[in-house]
Design a protein around this ligand. Structure first.
Ligand code: BT5
Length: 326
């Protein structure tokens, strides 16, 4: 068993045990390895920031966890099908988790491989834009996906992931979150999450996708762009990032399984219900020239359907929406 798996199992046992002490003997029996091995990994976990008390005759007790998103913290208690089941790579700091995941995918990393970082030095948005990624301020994660799909089905995966993030943050923080087509999650009209999907494809096959998820969790407003917010700024509470990422992975595991079986139709109704743009006048940039009109619908491929002022209907596959100020 790998060190990752052992520490994950130790953490699961601690979590099931609450604030009670558990004897070294019981721990070693439950986990199926020696007390010396338990002690070795408990020490490693302490070095990684876990406050684990060891008392003679009483055993061990987990007092607190570090404010980190270590791979085994995320994996503990995660009973996912594909997403989060593959290897998890953890970085204190990296350029961009999407770049890291891309390299791994090129070397054959399986679907569900996850890359996590506490901070990114070159976090990226779409079209060469930056994603501000303060240390321990958010979730910066990328997942390798290998869907057997036609290339024109792929853009909708961005919307599917945005729905999963929306569900997860609502579940954990009880905030009102909605979608701004195609890749933003907004809370109080401000951006709290952005999704970046990058594709490696041949003319007729999709090799793999990298799904990048950036969520502002505990960052202060001052660390973020003016048009952004974080869960802490919205709720005045510090949020456990490992737990939130687990919620996101669970939600996406479910939504992605449906997406690969049934296509976008399974998520389309939800994407409309959560949309903050449908029925509104919008301006869309990122095309050869900006388009203005009323957002009517999100179609079966995830495209935005817009009625322009002269009455024509346009389907837009990518771009940036500028909403009127509310
Ligand atoms: C996105 O691009 O929203 C995609 C963001 C994806 C970030 C994740 S983090 C893990 C993975 N690794 C990466 O390197 N990236 C992914 P876009 O729609 O182009 O929006 C970018 C714009 O959002 C910027 O130009 C800023 O205006 C704004 N922005 C930058 N950092 C932000 C932040 N932390 N919160 C909210 N808005 C931000």
């Amino acid at each position: 068993m790998s060190a990752f798996e052992i520490k994950k199992r130790i953490l699961e046992v601690f979590c099931e045990n609450g604030k009670n002490f558990i004897s070294g003997e019981k721990l070693s029996r439950l986990l199926g390895f020696s007390r010396a091995a338990v002690w070795k990994y408990v020490r490693e976990m302490r070095d990684e920031g876990f406050a684990i008390v060891a008392a003679p005759r009483r055993g061990y007790c987990l007092k607190s966890m570090p404010d980190k998103v270590l791979g085994y913290m995320v994996a503990a208690g995660l009973d996912a099908g594909t997403i989060g089941r593959g290897p998890i790579y953890y970085h204190e700091s990296t350029g961009s988790t999407n770049d890291r995941a891309y390299e791994l995918a090129e070397r054959g990393a399986p679907e569900g491989t996850l890359v996590i970082a506490e901070r990114q030095t070159h976090g990226r948005g779409r079209r060469g834009r930056k994603w501000i990624s303060p240390r321990e301020g958010g979730i910066y994660a990328s997942i390798v996906l290998r869907p057997a799909m036609e290339a024109d089905e792929i853009p909708a995966v961005t919307i599917v992931a945005a729905i999963s993030v929306t569900d997860a943050i609502k579940k954990m923080c009880a905030v009102k979150a909605g979608l701004k087509w195609p890749n933003d999650v907004l809370v109080s009209g401000k951006k709290i999450c952005g999704i970046l999907v990058e594709i490696k494809a041949e003319p007729d096959t999709v090799d793999f996708l990298i799904l990048g998820i950036g969520v502002n969790v505990n960052a202060d407003r001052g660390e973020l762009p003016a048009e952004a917010t974080s869960l802490k700024a919205e709720t005045n509470r510090h949020v456990n990032r490992a737990e939130l990422l687990r919620h996101i992975l669970r939600a996406f595991d479910r939504d992605y399984a449906l997406f690969t079986k049934k296509g976008f139709s399974a998520s389309r109704t939800r994407s409309r219900a959560l949309s903050l743009v449908l029925g509104k006048r919008v301006r869309v940039t990122g095309q050869s020239s900006p388009i203005e009109g009323t957002a009517q619908d999100i179609d079966a491929k995830g495209a935005l359907v817009l009625t322009t002022d002269n009455g024509t209907t346009r389907r837009i596959f990518s771009g940036d929406i500028i909403l009127p100020k509310i």
